[in-house]
Design a protein around this ligand. Structure first.
Ligand SMILES: Cc1cc2nc3c(=O)[nH]c(=O)nc-3n(C[C@H](O)[C@H](O)[C@H](O)COP(=O)(O)OP(=O)(O)OC[C@H]3O[C@@H](n4cnc5c(N)ncnc54)[C@H](O)[C@@H]3O)c2cc1C
Length: 304
């Protein structure tokens, strides 16, 4: 069994840690930032393969992750709730490319006023402020450690290393192909919303509209700003997000604004998941790190 150091304590690093510990390895996790101060804590997070490539590998990782989240929800894992919802389209579209990852998808005609059709399925919603501490707890229960520590270079580490640094891989391994894709969200009061909605019809304008219900709030988004790194909340953007969410889900009309957040998705032309000597790289999951987490972790174990 190997001594493995995982650099990165986001959803990717922690999921890899759990799987490696389950396989009998000795694991320590170092994260420059720990939850809640990282991108993974901002994720909405609904299982949905978005802004991640290549499609064939993404479909496999997504399917494996969906199966694991389904099992975790049945075992009452913290923050994992199977939730029905619909991706909606203004024009009729062919069946989306990722549907083979989902056990059952239903085409719906005119799901909302102004929308031609949609694709409905039951998807896990992962409440990240609850789930990430649960995941870190699983690592410790299984005998691993999670420490706040920055690693400046691979030379500082011995044994097998899993590089799960997300956007940090720009500096950590000098990967210039990574691009931040800024996403802004608003937290609204939970007023009884029990379905998620996704409308990506305005993505070419850098706008995506989603409504994701959680136990104590409803996450509404969002934006897709390629190359933007500003973590300050833009008030006009927040107002527009709330207006779009309320137009889509009228129950939110009087829901109070509870808070705001911004995160930078670690986007890359393709997810990097490969072994190079003693280093297994696993980063660049774009807008789908939660959606791909368990499938990628399984592959990391195979590579270790
Ligand atoms: C607004 C928004 C909404 C989203 N919604 C969804 C969604 O609904 N579904 C979904 O699947 N995904 C969603 N995502 C995407 C998801 O959040 C990311 O894909 C995912 O969090 C990436 O996880 P990660 O562990 O690779 O990165 P991170 O969470 O960024 O973690 C990286 C870790 O590496 C550490 N690190 C970096 N460099 C170093 C270093 N040199 N030394 C030590 N540690 C280091 C960091 O401190 C951190 O601990 C969303 C993202 C945003 C911004």
């Amino acid at each position: 069994m190997a001594e493995v150091t995982i650099v990165g304590a986001g959803v990717i690093g922690l999921s890899c840690a759990v799987r490696l510990l389950e396989a009998g390895h000795c694991v320590r996790v170092y994260g420059r930032e720990l939850t809640p101060g990282l991108t993974s804590a901002v994720a909405a997070a609904v299982w949905y393969p978005y802004l991640a490539e290549p499609r064939d590998r993404v479909t496999g990782w997504s399917a494996a992750t969906l199966a694991e989240f389904t099992a975790l929800s049945a075992r009452d894992a913290d923050g994992v709730v199977m939730t029905p919802g619909t991706e909606i389209f203004r024009e009729p579209v062919p069946e989306p490319w990722w549907t083979s990852a989902v056990p059952s998808v239903e085409r719906v005609v005119a799901p909302r006023p102004g929308y031609a059709e949609g694709w409905s399925f039951v998807s896990p919603v992962i409440e990240m402020p609850v789930y990430l501490p649960w995941l870190a707890g699983r690592v410790r229960e299984l005998g691993g450690t999670v420490e706040q520590r920055e690693v400046r270079s691979l030379d500082e580490l011995d044994g097998i290393v899993v590089n799960a640094t997300g956007l940090g891989a720009r500096e950590f391994v000098g990967d210039a192909t990574l691009e931040p894709v800024r996403g802004q969200v608003v937290y609204l009061e939970q007023v009884g919303v029990d379905r998620w909605w996704i409308d990506d019809s305005a993505l070419d304008l850098g706008v995506t509209t989603y409504v994701v219900p959680r136990s104590r709030d409803v996450v509404v988004g969002g934006t897709e700003d390629h190359g933007a790194e500003d973590l300050t909340i833009d008030a006009a953007t927040a107002d527009a997000i709330v207006a779009r969410a309320r137009a889509l889900v009228p129950e939110l009309a009087d829901a109070r604004v509870l808070g705001h957040n911004v995160g930078l998705r670690p986007s890359r032309p393709t997810v990097r998941l490969e072994r190079d000597g003693d280093v297994v790289h696993c980063y660049g999951h774009g807008g789908a790190g939660v959606t791909l987490s368990w499938g990628c972790a399984d592959e990391v174990v195979a590579l270790v």
